[in-house]
Write a protein that binds this ligand. Structure first.
Ligand SMILES: *Cc1c(COP(=O)(O)O)cnc(C)c1O
Length: 423
């Protein structure tokens, strides 16, 4: 249990002692009209721009200018294998082997591509298990896949919700559901971190329980990558997908990521939608008519990837690699616990944190349920220079990001929240 104190002086002391404090300066913090830094608590939606992005992108612009098509081979970082520059660091970030990860496409596209391979329903086993309040794109993707295979989402989609009066879904609940219906479930697809509540799922236990019932287990890590420690290989997760514009700071609409466990690396029986970039690298440019997959996650690539977004992403991935997730998670835990501590000091019956208080079950996001005038409170926060978001029906989400947020940000946020609740 960490000891916190109220008062601005304490926040300043925490900032002073913060071993990661210097990294805030490596990011562009948006300004308020008065010229001061805003209180940016929205890194769960769009991460801030590392100042180094410009030089990474400029290098590619300049190499394109100089080399034209020859840049594929002669650019400072040749474009042909450019995505491989991200492989080792991405693998480290998600706890995978290099052969298990690839940077490609965007999140929902990757989700579809991997469901083509990993959702193979039969009449006896065709259900998909998701969270009841899953991110809409995931719901649409899953329902369309079910229909594509000729089944009906009404019966084929199982949605698990928190028990009455609870705000999170327990592992026990998932296990019970699997005991009861596991034999009907083809695919379990959960968020590593639920986007609404901020709850972290116990991916290892869920993967084990799912596999024991013969289900394929995949995770959407949109809110997990760059936020919590991941160990996908060891956890035996079959596949995972994520975007790189939230905690990963790759920029709006940035190229996304995918993980396919090594156990599937050479499985040629998996159905796969294919394109030339997934073809065996040695023979890709023989341009033959038959697809021969490159082993591992790279075999799911379709197109030659966009270099400029990958350059932007590299700037941020290099920062993550330099600092490491252990140090980031340690600060994240302090910063989020501090936010929780201060919010608990607010005397107001209309607010409650729905994110678990156990640090194992959350990353840096806190979801605050506001049962009266919540939308108005959100507007007042925005007017006062706080950037955070509102999710219907009644949740304010804040994400104090350890890379660039500090204790003073959190202090001022709670002060403004407290004032806004009293209006
Ligand atoms: C952010 C997010 C998305 C967005 O999908 P895109 O394909 O990147 O637009 C999808 N699913 C989840 C769970 C998300 O958090």
């Amino acid at each position: 249990m960490m000891e916190f104190k109220t008062g601005l002086q304490f926040a300043r002391e925490m900032d002073f002692e913060d071993p990661l404090k210097q990294h805030r300066d490596r990011f562009h913090i948006p300004k308020n009209p008065d010229g001061n830094d805003c209180i940016y608590l929205c890194g769960n939606s769009l991460g801030l721009q590392p100042k180094s992005v410009r030089s990474y992108v400029e290098q590619e612009l300049s190499d394109w200018e100089k080399f034209g098509v020859e840049g594929h081979f002669h650019a400072g970082n040749p474009w042909m294998p450019y995505h491989e520059l991200l492989t080792a660091k991405t693998a480290k970030l998600v706890g995978a082997k290099p052969i298990e990860v690839v940077t490609m496409n965007t999140l929902t596209v990757n989700l579809h591509l991997l469901m083509v391979s990993f959702y193979r329903p039969t009449p006896a086993r065709h259900k998909i298990l998701i969270e009841a309040n899953a991110f809409p794109s995931d719901q649409y993707a899953v329902k369309s896949q079910i229909r594509f295979h000729g089944f009906d989402p009404e019966t084929a989609l199982l949605e698990i919700a928190p028990l009455p009066g609870e705000t999170t879904i327990t592992t026990e609940q998932i296990k019970e559901l699997l005991d009861f219906q596991g034999d009907d479930i083809a695919l379990i697809l959960l968020g590593g971190v639920n986007y609404y509540s901020g709850q972290v799922f116990d991916m290892e236990k869920i993967a084990r329980a799912g596999h024991a019932k013969g289900c394929v287990v995949g995770f959407d890590l949109a809110h997990a990558v760059g936020n919590i420690n991941l160990n996908l290989h060891q956890w035996q997760v079959d596949f995972a997908v994520w975007c790189n514009y939230k905690y990963m700071n790759g920029g709006p609409g940035c190229i996304a990521g995918a993980f396919v466990h090594e156990k599937h690396a050479d499985d040629s029986s998996l159905p796969k939608f294919s394109g030339w970039w997934g073809h065996d690298k040695e023979t890709r440019f023989l341009m033959g008519p038959e697809f021969k997959s490159t082993p591992g996650a790279e075999g799911w690539q379709l197109s030659n990837p966009p270099i400029l977004p990958m350059a932007a992403l590299r700037a941020s991935v290099d920062i993550f690699d330099e600092i490491g997730m252990d140090a980031l998670c340690a600060k994240s835990n302090r910063l989020t616990s501090y936010a929780e501590f201060l919010i608990h000091q607010i005397e107001n019956q209309t607010i409650a944190i729905i994110t678990p208080s156990d640090s194992q079950q959350r990353g840096c996001q806190l979801s605050i349920r506001i049962t009266q005038n919540g939308k108005k409170v959100h507007q007042l926060l925005q007017k006062s220079g706080v950037v955070c978001d509102w999710r219907e029906p009644d949740v304010l989400r804040i994400a104090p990001v350890p890379l660039y947020n500090n204790f003073t940000d959190v202090y001022h946020f709670v002060e403004i929240l407290s004032k806004s609740l009293r209006v």
